[in-house]
Design a protein around this ligand. Structure first.
Ligand code: HXC
Length: 302
């Protein structure tokens, strides 16, 4: 249902539609998620799922109106769907290329929601361009949004993530309790084999994966874990609809290249995020969770 929904670009569904009914209600109670690119198709689904399961959220984006509107809708949908006290705040006008902007956003999140337990670094920019048309400035713009923006997000949130990890130790998180101090980067499978017209995004995402690996090693002693989710072709997303698949023929061909025979759904990316942030993911650190129906194994990536 979520897949058909996103394809048709209808009004958002109730919050329970963004997460599989296999997770215990309230597993993220008292937790706060901070998400860049939070109004986008994939990140908004990730946040809706976490909020449905008990978290409050602070989403940031470049577009003020879109970010505010999506945040308000997330909050209303969660409240109408059983989370009467859910809080979702949207802050627009934040360019992840500026560390000061992110530091300010993290401070605002703490001021309004009290803390940061989980971070989703999802802000990205992309377009299709052959290398002959890809100016140095265009390459830099995408690398700065995707890679520098991911570093800035991590850097600005790290003090709060360390505090979250310390809270786990003092409150003694019990079995089944989600523990804070975790970051997830939204990456891509583009660079596994190389994808035409995607040199800039591919190079940036390779860097994002390396960044996560290094954070995982260096911050784990402080209790902060870092992982990557690499979505494959996901229906109804900007990347697939606007950028990569112009028409029906391309869509049919792409469907065939996925071993499971279909595109993924935003809910399947949200479920992967819930897993990594839940107690079930406690021992997962420094890995990339590819959620693509096995596509990269046959087509080399998206
Ligand atoms: C070639 C282009 C271009 C295009 C922009 N440029 N669009 N070059 N083809 N279609 C060039 C410009 O000419 C300029 O180079 C340089 O890029 C910077 O452009 P600006 O517009 O000044 O930059 P900026 O305003 O910062 O915009 C960043 C952007 C833009 C990435 C270019 O598209 C953007 O803000 N996108 C955000 C939304 C978005 O793209 N979301 C998609 C996420 S989906 P010159 O040389 O002229 O100065 C996604 C999925 C990834 O990321 C995985 C897919 C599988």
């Amino acid at each position: 249902k979520a897949e058909q929904h996103t394809q048709k670009r209808m009004a958002p569904l109730p919050s329970h539609a963004y997460v599989s009914p296999v997770w215990a209600p309230g597993i993220f109670a008292d937790k706060v998620v901070f998400c860049t690119g939070g109004a986008g198709s994939i990140c908004s689904a990730q946040v809706r799922a976490l909020v449905h399961l008990g978290a409050n959220a602070f989403i940031i984006g470049r577009n003020e109106e879109k970010t505010r509107t999506v945040a308000a809708d997330m909050q209303a949908a969660a409240r109408a769907d059983g989370r009467a006290n859910a809080k979702v705040i949207g802050l627009g006008g934040v360019d992840v290329r500026r560390i000061e902007a992110l530091e300010g956003a993290v401070a605002e999140c703490v001021r309004q929601l009290g803390q940061v337990d989980f971070v989703i670094a999802g802000a990205a920019g992309n377009f299709l361009a052959p290398q002959t048309q890809l100016s140095a400035n265009a390459f830099r713009a995408v690398v700065e949004i995707d890679l520098l923006g991911s570093y800035n997000t991590f850097k600005a949130a790290l003090p709060e993530l360390v505090k979250a990890a310390a809270r786990n130790r003092t409150t003694g998180a019990g079995p089944g309790t989600a523990t804070g101090g975790r970051i997830v980067f939204v990456s891509a499978t583009l660079y596994y084999a190389g994808t035409p017209l995607q040199t800039h995004a591919s190079a940036a995402k390779a860097g994002v994966d390396a960044l996560s690996n290094h954070i995982a090693i260096e911050q784990a002693p402080l209790g902060v874990t870092s992982n990557v989710i690499a979505p494959g072709p996901i229906s109804g997303t900007e990347g697939m609809d606007r950028l990569l698949l112009g028409g029906d023929a391309a869509r049919v061909a792409a469907n065939k290249s996925v071993p499971v025979g279909r595109f993924g759904t935003v809910r399947e990316i949200a479920d992967a995020t819930v897993y990594l942030f839940s107690a079930a993911g406690n021992f997962v650190n420094g890995t990339t969770l590819v959620v693509d129906g096995g596509a990269w194994r046959t087509s080399g990536g998206m």
